[in-house]
Design a protein around this ligand. Structure first.
Ligand code: PEP
Length: 330
């Protein structure tokens, strides 16, 4: 249950009462207080004064819900803002290959408007014998490139044991589709103070994604960006995954977190990356994450879905135009 009080002071008083009664899982955002499953009836075990409204709807994840937190969350890093109404561009190679390569790719994507440089140094590969990422050496090169260019760095974390090391380098953690329900990992990044890009699990429902985000929020970290990257459906013959374009407006409606699209992992093939990216922009995404490579055939990982820098430049321009047009029309 979510209760809207007349003002923040009244909400503070409710929190004091809840704490005195040692109630667990009670959250406050400005003048709203959310109670998670206090008892089977959902009743709150004390009288509350100055109630403006009682919201009886049960969102999948209370802290993620717009009912609890009506205004948009805006994520700010040194060089980037996500969720403020602008169109954020996160781009870079699938994996870090060398110091020179990540710097070159960073320059290219920055010229096209990207402010966050992506790249994996710990790669979640289906085949255990394939390239697994360069580890800490990759993180160093990634950090150096981001610093030289004045960009922010985002990289995937797959194991809680790597948290301290990755935290030394990155500005933003990425949790990949395969780890969306790795609860230990979600709890660990929930205790950091860095933004987390949470990718939708390939077989996860929207409520699963919101509940996964709640593990991060429950730890005290509310800097969360949700990402639609395509899901498994009955027809993934021509694309790697099915980009669930409807997830974007639905998530924007349900939650206050920014929502970003990843057309690269949805498409799996270069020629479909741009149309899917443009659909994400038209559906109201707050930005895109895109993989690029200057020589896709030589990419260490996922060259088949990489855009060349010139192709990315085109996508970035048209997607930003579409985003602005949709915003104007609202
Ligand atoms: C990635 O972005 O590098 C990645 C592996 O994506 P996903 O988790 O969506 O497969």
């Amino acid at each position: 249950m979510i209760i809207e009080l007349k003002n923040v002071e009244d909400a503070n008083k409710v929190m004091e009462q809840a704490n005195a009664k040692k109630l667990e899982h009670v959250f406050q955002h400005n003048n709203r207080v959310g109670f998670v499953d206090q008892n089977a009836l959902g009743d709150v075990p004390f009288e509350i004064d100055n109630v403006e409204q009682v919201i009886t709807e049960h969102p999948a994840a209370i802290q993620a819900s717009r009912l609890f937190h009506p205004e948009n969350t805006v994520i700010k890093t040194e060089h980037s803002v996500i969720g403020d109404g602008g169109f954020a561009l996160i781009a870079g190679p699938d994996s870090i290959e060398s110091a020179e390569h990540v710097l070159l790719m960073g320059k290219d994507v920055q010229e096209s408007g990207a402010t966050l440089l992506r790249g994996g140094s710990f790669k979640p590969r289906t085949n255990p014998y394939s390239f697994q990422g360069l580890g800490e050496e990759g993180l160093k090169w990634h950090r150096e490139a981001a610093d030289k260019l004045g960009m922010d760095m985002v990289t995937e974390i797959m194991d809680t044991r790597d948290l301290e090391m990755i935290d030394k380098y990155t500005d933003m953690f990425q949790i990949g589709t395969r780890n969306m329900q790795n609860f230990a990992l979600l709890k660990a990044v929930g205790k950091t103070n860095k933004p987390v890009v949470l990718k939708r699990g390939m077989s996860a429902t929207i409520d699963d994604l919101l509940n996964a985000s709640e593990y991060i929020a429950a730890g005290g970290n509310h800097q969360i960006i949700l990402m639609e990257r395509g899901i498994r459906t009955f027809d993934n013959k021509y694309t790697r995954n099915t980009f669930d374009v409807s997830a974007i407006p639905v998530l924007k409606d349900l939650t206050h977190y920014p929502v970003i699209g990843d057309p690269s992992h949805a498409a799996g093939v270069t020629k479909f990356v741009e149309p899917i990216g443009l659909a994400a922009a038209a559906a109201g995404a707050d930005g895109l994450m895109v993989e690029i490579h200057n020589h896709p055939k030589e990419a260490f990982v996922d060259g088949k879905q990489a855009l060349t820098p010139a192709q990315f430049d085109h996508l970035a321009k048209v997607a930003t135009d579409i985003h602005n047009l949709v915003k104007e029309e609202k």
